[in-house]
Design a protein around this ligand. Structure first.
Ligand code: 13P
Length: 249
């Protein structure tokens, strides 16, 4: 069972989003075992929910507020997204860079679960962390705080995405030698925090994913899916990613 999560980021108005999903619908065949999620901007989600083939695609948000309701001008909550999306990215590095703290992200992970939304928690190191041999520490610290509001049972309902920040938008993903130890770190940290069962948490990789890299990345032990950004905006490239994953499923 593989998971492909396309992160459209701040792109595509409702018209352009509709055009993209029509093309994706033509190009992509559903296959049991491969789950495809489109993380669209908030304004696109409702119209897309009426348009997409729900047998092929699931919808995801790119963010949500930790509170369910209230005086938070301009924000969108999990309670508002409930029923509309099945997934939401949480703690993406581009949001961490805007000032989201680990504690704030922990509340968002809990808010997603409270509203029956699967959080895709993004963790990963900056280039500077890597240069200072801090990669493992950064990932362990992020996970320890970001998951702090969950129970062991909750761990089976989340997805963790390893996104090395320095490889995002770089054109070339991190190498298997760079990815594999971090996937192990993610599983061993979650196991340490929540017990043996928790090591089965779903883990995916994101950063410069394109069709040509799918096999190499998916062959890394413990990688159960992909989180493409730029490539998810190009229907031909996204379809390539999907069919390459489907071949392996
Ligand atoms: P790119 O695939 O454009 O590198 O983006 C990755 C990403 O940030 C997905 O969340």
């Amino acid at each position: 069972m593989s998971l492909i999560v396309g992160n459209w980021k701040m792109n595509l108005n409702p018209h352009d989003a509709s055009v993209l999903v029509h093309r994706l619908n033509e190009k992509i065949e559903a296959k049991e075992g491969t789950e495809i999620v489109l993380c669209a901007p908030f304004i696109d989600l409702y119209p897309l929910s009426k348009e997409i083939n729900h047998k092929k695609f699931k919808l995801g948000a790119q963010n949500l507020h930790p509170n369910d309701h209230g005086a938070f001008t301009g924000e969108i909550s999990g309670a508002m997204l409930k029923g509309l999306v099945q997934y939401s990215l949480v703690g993406h590095s581009e949001r961490r860079a805007m000032g989201e703290t680990d504690v704030f992200i922990a509340k968002k992970v809990a808010a997603a679960l409270r509203n029956d939304i699967t959080p895709v928690l993004c963790v990963g190191e900056l280039l500077d962390d890597r240069h200072h041999n801090l990669t493992k520490k950064v990932i362990v610290d992020q996970l320890t705080t970001n998951l702090s509001q969950l129970t062991a049972e909750d761990i089976s309902k989340i997805v963790i995405a390893y996104e090395p920040v320095w490889a995002i938008g770089a054109g070339t993903p991190a190498t298997p030698e760079q990815i594999a130890p971090q996937i192990r770190t993610i599983r061993s940290t979650v196991e340490e925090l929540y017990g043996e069962e928790a090591a089965n948490v779903r883990v995916i990789y994101g950063a410069s994913v394109a069709g040509e890299f799918v096999k190499t990345i998916m062959n890394i032990e413990g990688v159960e899916g992909l989180l493409p950004g730029g490539a998810s905006l190009n229907y031909e490239e996204f379809a390539k990613i999907v069919s390459a994953v489907q071949e392996l499923d």
